[in-house]
Design a protein. Structure first.
Length: 605
């Protein structure tokens, strides 16, 4: 028998080699924490209430210091005041607002909440409580758009249009200025000075009145607007072409169609500011739970702060460190720098913080893998459970990569190993054809193939509730031939194959793990196969099929049962969806890691 079974005594042992280490890090960028508006070296200078941020092409960071009624600049490690005046009041925590144009040093603002830098170097200011936009140019402050002191929502020219409470700004490459006007919506000012209000594309019929954050991604055919509002994050093309994506504020993150992100019960939170990375990745601040979060393709993760379900009982704090240790207090402004790091206005701490190392990896594409010429490319293929909304550091692929990459030379790798997760929601034949057509062409250096009931159900065109025992004569030969053919095709081009058998559904492990399914209206079945029918038989039948294929494999079922029967075990599947929990994903990753470290298929040609 050529199968290799992973034997793990208990979940605590299984997780011992895979301590979750997030890549994200937060450090203090500027500000001493003391209240004031003293200029000087970045670490000793002070802010009163920093909110809006902007980055100039040369890397300088501009800050709307709302409480100081000033616009500040961080350049080469030094903070200077660009414009604004006024003395601290008796509390020493606020400067009274006002309105005055003229020389920058004597100009007055009233709660400036946002800044944006034009291509010419002019700095536009959202002078929020004055209901207008101002501009700092040539050492002087003047009106830019709206009538200062008069609120409204009318469009027109810059001089005739009215704003209510402009709180966020963003320039695009064409010189169009987008304005988040709290109370009105998203406005835009074109280079010819025309002000219009952007209507949300269908199917949304309500206006965006609670805008707090704006960001742009311009890598496509038209600027893509990322809008943070009280109701959530909206993403749509500025020209209104195409669908809108909407991620709803609240305890459970959701699309407009009410589908939810599940793994680890990750919540979306209450976004305030947003910074786009590309068309599917972005970072946002959550002032409700004092956190900096990120979204990568299909899931949300924590960059800095407490998990939402705990953060409601924590008032924030100040601490540099990694994702687990770092703390912020009322993070508001957010901007992305050219090097991929993010500056956060840590408003409650009166500092600017620098967040770096956020890993947006989630799902891979063939082009991603083909373009990688420096790493040993391990393509990890399976159904949705291999990467269902998993933060990279807690994902199966991320943990396996970390376990292999740390001492890759001593393990015999020719290059540093990098794992590319690739979901294929397909039956066995389609999966085989995909591997043989694409990966055997030389795109991959090694393939990990995770198999389970999901591929069998799709191959048989049976619902997940069906017992697979009666159909064994149909699917066992299909498994054997599919795996045998895949291994043969890859062997022809010297690409090693590692096969993993793992549970796909919670009821394959324990009725306890799946008890919630009885009451979930999104599923049509309310009963489970009676133990020990599918619980033990499916693993045995699948192992028989893989033995018939003559291909070595790792079996994660014993590890799941060992963990499930251990005292005080964590949940192995998510509470709202039949995908792995964080602990379940770590367990699969450990089985795969142990198997690979024992067999080292990359050394066998």
């Amino acid at each position: 028998m050529r199968r290799i079974v992973s034997l793990l005594a208990a979940l605590s042992v299984a997780l011992s080699l895979t301590a979750i280490a997030s890549a994200a890090q937060i450090d203090t960028f500027a500000g001493s924490g003391a209240a004031g508006f003293g200029d000087g070296p970045a670490q000793s200078a002070s802010f009163v209430m920093p909110e809006g941020l902007a980055v100039a092409p040369n890397g300088d960071v501009y800050v709307a210091d709302t409480g100081a009624q000033r616009i500040r600049r961080v350049s080469n490690g030094t903070i200077t005041t660009l414009a604004g005046s006024g003395a601290l009041d008796a509390s020493r925590l606020w400067v009274a607002g006002g309105y005055a144009n003229g020389p920058a040093a004597s100009a007055r603002f009233n709660e400036p909440k946002a800044v944006a830098v034009s291509s010419s170097g002019d700095v536009v200011v959202a002078d929020t409580a004055n209901h207008c936009l101002r501009v700092i140019s040539g050492g002087s402050v003047s009106d830019y758009a709206g009538t200062c002191g008069r609120a409204g929502n009318s469009d027109g020219t810059r001089a005739s249009a009215l704003f209510t409470n402009p709180v966020t700004l963003a320039f695009d490459a064409r010189g169009t200025l987008f304005v988040g006007d709290f109370g009105t919506g998203v406005r835009k000012i074109t280079s010819d000075g025309t002000v219009t209000t952007i209507a949300l594309p269908a199917p949304f019929t309500t206006s965006l009145t609670s805008v707090t954050g704006l960001s742009l991604y311009e890598g496509g055919t038209a600027p893509l607007l990322f809008v943070a509002a009280g109701t959530g994050i909206y993403i749509f093309r500025e020209d209104g072409v195409g669908p809108i994506r909407f991620y709803q504020t609240g305890p459970w993150e959701s699309y407009a169609d009410n589908s939810q992100f599940i793994a680890g019960s990750r919540e979306f939170g209450h976004p305030y500011a947003v910074a786009a990375v590309d068309d599917s990745d972005w970072v946002y601040t959550d002032i409700t739970t004092n956190a900096v979060r990120y979204f990568a393709s299909t899931m949300t993760g924590m960059a800095i702060g407490m998990p939402i379900e705990n953060a409601g009982f924590e008032a924030g704090g100040y601490r540099d460190g990694d994702s687990a240790a770092g703390r912020v207090d009322q993070p508001m402004g957010l901007v992305r720098r050219a090097d991929g790091s993010f500056v956060v206005a840590d408003t409650g701490n009166r500092r600017l913080r620098l967040v770096s190392g956020i890993d947006f990896r989630n799902q891979s594409t063939i082009s991603d893998i083909a373009a990688d010429k420096t790493n040993y490319r391990i393509v990890y293929i399976g159904a949705s459970e291999i990467n269902s909304n998993q933060v990279w550091s807690e994902s199966i692929a991320g943990i396996v990569e970390r376990n292999l990459r740390g001492n890759w030379r001593s393990l015999g790798f020719p290059r540093p190993p990098k794992v590319y997760p690739f979901q294929l929601l397909a039956d066995l034949n389609a999966m085989k054809e995909y591997v043989n057509t694409y990966l055997a062409s030389g795109v991959a250096d090694m393939v990990i193939l995770q198999l389970g009931s999901g591929q069998v159900y799709m191959s048989l065109k049976q619902p997940p509730s069906a017992s697979l025992d009666p159909y064994a004569a149909q699917w066992q030969p299909l498994v054997a031939s599919s795996v045998r053919d895949t291994a043969s095709e890859l062997a022809k081009v010297n690409i090693p194959l590692a096969v993993v058998l793992a549970p796909s559904e919670p009821y394959e492990v324990s009725p306890v793990e799946a008890s919630w399914l009885r009451f979930n209206k999104n599923f049509s079945y309310t009963t489970f196969p009676a133990p020990p029918n599918d619980y033990l038989a499916f693993d045995s039948l699948f192992r028989q099929a893989l033995d018939a294929a003559g291909v070595p494999f790792a079996d994660a079922f014993p590890a799941f049962w060992s963990a499930e029967t251990s005292r005080d075990h964590p949940a192995l599947f998510a509470a709202r969806d039949p995908h792995y929990s964080v602990a379940g994903a770590a367990l699969v990753a450990q089985v795969i890691s142990e198997y690979l470290l024992r067999t080292r298929p990359w050394t066998k040609k």
